[in-house]
Design a protein around this ligand. Structure first.
Ligand code: LLP
Length: 425
């Protein structure tokens, strides 16, 4: 459930009228709901009761500082994949002891930054990374807390571009190599082995791949511990899917997910669990609001051309992702619908949000909202076509604030520098 509902025929975020925000900040813009973030966080936490994991929110899903600070106040830690995200988490008030550093290509400089900021754990994904980390830690006179991300070779049954747990994917150390690498790590001067990690993909809508991966995790931990290597921490990753198409899509609920995790790890409740959900917390806590610029009839097709584009929300272009599109002014019951190709103004055909989408009649000036845009929306935006990315607004009850303003054209152009040979005397 989220807090983007019609009230008196107008779409609201909590108690704030979306059209009023549009008049204030202009379109397009992202709008986030504090109550929805809080609700998703709480529902997820309650689903895992008994294991009581440290919930390290995957910052990549939505890294706005206001969003991170909202989650930090609920007790969230952070899962970060770059020094930039690490800095965001710290800036939002999440201490290093609650930050997990993940990612397949961390540089030595990034590893040093993490160690200098008391990182909770570094999820190491390869032997060269392990060697680099040990070297950096020794040079700093510390020991690095390490979990290995193990690739369980499980099919997550999700979009191929966001599947990460098959042997052919670039992620993690191979399952069969794990015992040897753990044994080696245990002898290294700069390394403290603290745990194990698995993340098999994103937008999972089936619980079986989780059950398979976690079962393999448990078996591996038993093997490692039999060989004398203690694995106190279990990081079970993120990946639980959300409903994008509410009418015919029902991914498992966090309570069902929790049941699977509890079943697989029965008897291990005293261990330290961690998880890294991103989308589940953020996706349905945000919408992207846009205005119709033109409606154009071209032969059989009717195009609604918006002022938002693939530079603001790239998921449809990149993954053929479905986002529900709703008018900001609620259509009266029984209003006829028409099929629209909903597109942006960017000069390529991929700048299409939806094809033949049934919507009530749209006119220039109408506002529409893309639902489920709180995760992997603003964070994946770009300035393609020299378009200022959509600003971000956050709502709390009857208040709203600009959490990231729109760049001005001066901001955008002012960052480029002319080489000397092009500067006039
Ligand atoms: N942990 C790790 C190591 C990850 O790589 C990811 C996501 C997560 C946690 C969080 O997964 P989530 O709970 O959000 O599914 N841009 C794509 C999604 C990419 C996900 C990458 N990794 C999209 O728009 O669908």
């Amino acid at each position: 459930m989220d807090h983007f509902l019609y009230r008196d025929g107008r779409l609201h975020a909590e108690d704030v009228d979306i059209a009023a925000i549009a008049s204030d900040v202009g379109t397009p813009f992202y709008c986030y709901s504090t109550a929805t973030f809080e609700r998703h966080f709480t529902v997820f936490r309650d689903g895992l009761k008994g294991l009581d994991p440290l919930i390290c929110y995957a910052v990549k899903a939505n890294s706005n500082l206001a969003v991170l600070a909202t989650l930090a106040r609920l007790g969230a830690g952070a899962d970060v994949v770059s020094e930039g995200e690490f800095r965001r988490a710290l800036a939002a008030g999440i201490p290093g002891e609650r930050i997990i550093f993940s990612g397949v290509g961390k540089t030595k400089a990034e590893l040093a930054f993490a160690l200098a900021n008391d990182v909770r754990q570094i999820n190491v994904e390869s032997e060269p990374e392990l060697d680099a980390l040990s070297e950096v830690a020794v040079s700093m006179g510390v020991r690095a807390p390490v979990s290995f991300r193990v690739n369980p070779d499980v099919d997550a049954k999700t979009h191929e571009k966001i599947s990460t747990g098959k042997a052919e994917n670039k992620f993690g150390i191979a399952y069969e190599d794990a015992p040897r690498i753990y044994a080696r790590a245990a002898t290294m001067p700069g390394i403290d082995v603290v745990g194990i990690d698995m993340h098999i993909g994103s937008q999972l809508t089936d619980l079986e791949p989780f059950r398979e991966a976690y079962t393999r995790m448990r078996e591996l931990v038993e093997r490692l511990e039999a060989s004398g290597i203690a694995i106190p921490r279990l990081d079970i990753g993120g990946g639980l899917g959300v409903p994008y198409e509410r009418t015919n899509e029902m991914p498992p609920l966090p309570t069902d997910y929790g049941t699977v995790v509890r079943e697989v790890f029965a008897g291990w409740e005293d261990r330290e669990f961690e998880c890294e959900p991103g989308r589940l917390i953020a996706a349905n806590a945000g919408i992207l609001v846009a205005q119709v610029i033109y409606v154009k009839q071209a032969g059989e097709r009717r195009f609604a051309i918006l002022d938002a584009a693939m530079n603001d929300l790239i998921r449809p272009a990149l993954y053929d992702a479905y986002h529900e599109i709703v008018p900001v002014i609620e259509p009266a019951p029984g209003t006829p619908t028409y099929e629209y190709d909903v597109v942006g103004p960017i000069c390529e055909s991929g700048d299409t949000f939806a094809k033949a989408r049934k919507l009530p009649e749209l006119k220039a000036g109408d506002l529409v909202a893309f639902r489920s845009a709180g995760a992997y929306g603003a964070v994946m935006s770009s300035e393609y076509n020299t378009r200022p990315p959509a600003p971000e607004v956050i709502v709390k009850r009857d208040e709203f604030a600009l959490a990231r303003p729109r760049l001005t054209y001066d901001d955008m152009l002012g960052r480029d520098e002319m080489p000397d040979w092009l500067n006039p005397e």
